[in-house]
Design a protein around this ligand. Structure first.
Ligand code: CA2
Length: 150
């Protein structure tokens, strides 16, 4: 049975490909999902890829991941910059967490420079567009392998 990595996407990411392609690219969320699932498979992992506009639903998905998943990749979108609830859930999950953003949040408005999620993350990947999700899956596989070796 493959080990599952939960890949969580926050508010408005369902609009990918429909608006602001100069910032977020032309691909849709379904395209992103397909590429992430394929990349997970190359590492013998399964990706449980989800999107929600609801903060509470994201918190519940993080809570559910504890016990059912081996790691969390998260693009909390705007909640990155506001949500102590998501941070607390990630810290309580006891799972390796990788934070991902399509855009380079440090090149953008000042309010995007602070991330609550980062306090719970092993690492952050931002600015590489959709490819960042594949990089995040590679990094997760490496973290899981290094844990197995111990
Ligand atoms: O760069 C990222 O991945 C972000 O997490 C995207 C968030 C933004 O609030 C973060 O600061 C950085 C916004 C997601 C909204 O996605 C849209 C996609 C297409 C059209 C409109 C919004």
């Amino acid at each position: 049975m493959s080990r599952t990595v939960v890949v969580l996407n926050g508010p408005n990411l369902n609009l990918l490909g429909q608006r602001e392609p100069e910032i977020y690219g032309h691909g849709s969320l379904d395209d992103l999902k397909a590429a992430t699932v394929v990349r997970a498979k190359t590492h013998g992992l399964a990706a449980d890829f989800r999107q929600s506009n609801d903060e509470g639903e994201l918190v519940s998905a993080i809570q559910a991941a504890r016990g059912s998943a081996v790691g969390i990749i998260i693009n909390a979108a705007a909640y990155t910059h506001t949500s102590v609830a998501i941070l607390d859930a990630l810290l309580a999950s006891d799972l390796p967490v990788i934070e991902v953003h399509l855009s380079n949040i440090y090149k953008r408005e000042e309010f995007r420079h602070h991330s609550y999620v980062s306090r719970a993350a092993t690492g952050v990947i931002c600015g590489f567009g959709a490819h960042g999700y594949e990089l995040a899956m590679d990094a997760m596989a490496q973290i899981l392998d290094s844990r197995k070796a111990k």
